[in-house]
Design a protein around this ligand. Sequence first.
Ligand SMILES: [Zn+2]
Ligand SMILES: [Zn+2]
Length: 627
Amino acid sequence: MASLDRRAEHSGAEQPDDELYRIRHSLAHVLAQAVLELRPGSTLGFGPPIKDGFYYDFLLSEPLTEADFPELERRMRKIIKKGQRFYQEDLLAAEALERIDEMGEPYKREYGAELIAKQGLGTLSFYRNGPFLDMCEGPHVSDTKQLPRDAFKLRSLAGAYWRGDSANAMMTRIYAWAFAAKAELDDHVARWEEAQRRDHKKLGRELGIFTIDNDVGRGLPLWLPNGTVVRDELEKLAEELEFKAGYQRVATPHLARESLYFKSGHLPYYADDMYPSMEVMDQGHAEAPQSTAGEGGAAVKEAYRLRPMNCPHHHKVFAAVPRSYRDLPVRLAEYGQVYRWEDSGAVSGLVRVRGMCMNDAHIYCTEEQVKDEFKAVMRLYQEAYEFLDLDDYVVRLSRWNPDDPKGRDKYVDNPEAWTASETVLEEVLKEMGVNYVDGVGEAAFYGPKIDIQFLTVTGREESLSTVQLDFSQPAALGLTYVGADGQPHMPYCIHRAPFSTHERMVAFLLEHYGGAFPTWLAPVQVQVVTVSEQFDAYGAEIVATLRERMVRAELAPSSDTVSKKIRQAATLKIPNVLIVGEREQQERTVTLRRHGHKAQHTLALDHFQTALLETINARSRAFLLPD
Ligand SMILES: [Zn+2]
Ligand SMILES: [Zn+2]
């Protein structure tokens, strides 16, 4: 049977036979009754339960605002107290439509008529409680006394087109949270508020991290000075870890001839995720498939693409010089800018973007080296996460699914290579003592991978980093090295990106730290606050000394009052604030206040400087105070 309350829209967390589903659905009717009391003459749209409550859509006779919520909630509680029974009734089609006409509900009528005509329903179901009548499949609680009076809360108002179609009327949607018990509601609201407080778009704006400009384009973030500092610091850390692990850095262009992507296999399979091709007139390349005007001299049409991945460029760097088995492994690293076409509906903040900079590297090695290289990559990941103070993650071994009926389109067809490489990854994880879960059908098209999924502070699961073993792209691009036998062999390739993209990582870290970056990552590391103008010279001297040592120190504007300066530093979540006045100036000391801490420490300027530099160099989360 079709649902009259659009059950299909629900997230699936609750089913109609759940108690919670009945509570939420019944509360939606109670809300509608309260709205019709407060705004007589309003008409009804849909009002389904959703994953944390319910909503109801109305075409209101007079607007409502959130200021009306307490009054609506009061009326809802009154209805609950009355103990109205829910009565269900099935009416034959013609009778049902008459009933809806009596109700004066044009939207319910449109939907009811459609259910009869298109879906061939012989009857429609109605529910009545007190004076309120709704065309509805149910189920409901037996009477309104079964509903919790203190475990629901009206949340927000939103505009919603009837049936989601912008050609239709714009209705008012009232969202509500609803649970079986008050404690669950309180817990949910607290978590929701925390998530709002840590939202990377909100913090990104407040802390001057990034902006999106319509003239530049959707999904193309502009990094502001403070955000650029965070990016640069992450990049510096990645560079150091990679340098110590024997990587070499390369720099490659953001675009390439389209033919490269046909060779690599990205086209046509990956075309939907790529920007369309750019055509230019150029001197013909001898091997260009588009080249029709012959060789040399004559101009021909050439197509270029913005790159969606760095791999093909790196493969070409590998191929640029003859490689012997003695040269392997070759580890090529680049923070590479890539561009992917995301649906405008999916584009959001820094999390879903159309231009991103990836902490990429490709490791080319022999089959015998795969295991050790993979282990080294996993160790580098662990080290990176320690610096970032990330320990809440799950490791997943993502395998192909040989039984997938669409497997031929999804995976490179080479069962032996799949089995062999999955075994290698499994051994790596086991030998390293890493706990992992199996993810069948989660592999990349060219090979299995290890995914690292983080649990965010607000309880979201986020897949940030992967390591992939590739036994197919090197062959597609004809990569070889000369083996000990003097014969050409195909190298294996490991794709890895521990720091993900700058966009995803910074969004994640903003949320993780709630915007309060540790000193080494903070855009402003030290803010000097003088208690009055007469100490500005000493303050400026401190700033100059620190900046001389590459510390991002700033002097708070002297036109502000001391309390305003301190408040401002707290708003910007600056990790270290130095307060200087008469005593500090005389004794050449500073009074240190750490963000989020009440205690203050007065210490000699020299000591502070030494401790600060140590804290920054160690990338320590805590401030390493001298003994
Ligand atoms: Zn209903
Ligand atoms: Zn790659």
